[in-house]
Design a protein around this ligand. Sequence first.
Ligand code: NAD
Length: 294
Amino acid sequence: MGCSRESSPGPGGARRIDGKAIAEAIHAEVEAEARRLREAGAEPHLVAVQAGADAASVVYVEKQRERFSKLGIRYTHVHLGAAPSLEEVEARLDGLNGDPAVTGIMVMLPLPPGIPVHRIEEQIAPAKDVEGVSPANLGLLVHGRHFVGPCTALAAMKAIEATGVPLSGLSAVVIGRSGIVGKPVGLLLLQAHATVTTCHTRTRDLAAVARTADLLVAAAGKPGLVTRDMVKPGAIVIDVGIHKVEGRTVGDVDFEDVAPVAGWITPVPGGVGPITVAMLARNTVACAQRSRGA
Ligand code: NAD
């Protein structure tokens, strides 16, 4: 599911991993599960908490509201104003943690200055942590016992699984070591028995390391970083990056350059991005199941 022979790179070019198709399949499962939970009296209810005046967050909230309404998941937006104090944000999170009618909580980023992200992530009850970012949930991920995980990392894994290539023993290189993408992707790949190398800004000769990869995950946040000379012919290339460059949405991979040599590739847009949104919905029903024991 979710892979098609891309026409533009021509014969021998990469198969395109269709993130939209993968996301649609996940949405169908989530919708069915949300219905089941509602019928069992355990309605999933996500609360998105916004602190600060970030315009992109407002757009993001509206898109999420629309998506969740289609999926039959209750969605509430709590806006704490342009400059709430840390105490105010923590008090509101405490209230949501203890509210039995709320099954999921997410905090929109960026937060205003003076509100440390890690402190807020620690404040969210692990059972309601739909973004899988609390220390307890990241700990479960280390143990391979997680029920949620960081949405983008889970999305990258779904894109990889869509290729149907067995991961056991594969050489995987992840470019990026952030707590929400690079590190969790590395852990998930290890659980799938890949041999994982994580690269970052201090890695020597990135191109040489990347060329060893049967599976290359680019999560560096640098537009066009991955070029053809860094890719082993036939490799799976997963592009997590999202950037606006001269009005175009592009990734960390130079798609036109890499697609002719890769075996599989995710486009940007239409690759990991839509699957990430679907994984948020999937995490939301997973939290509802957990907090309601359904
Ligand atoms: P980040 O800035 O927190 O981490 C980037 C990582 O890449 C760092 O560990 C850094 O060491 C490494 N890095 C940066 N430049 C490098 C270079 N030249 N060579 C080697 N390593 C390098 O970013 P993040 O939050 O992990 O996000 C990464 C990218 O994914 C961004 O483009 C972001 O927009 C995108 N993203 C996409 C989604 C999605 O839904 N698809 C979600 C979250 C983030």
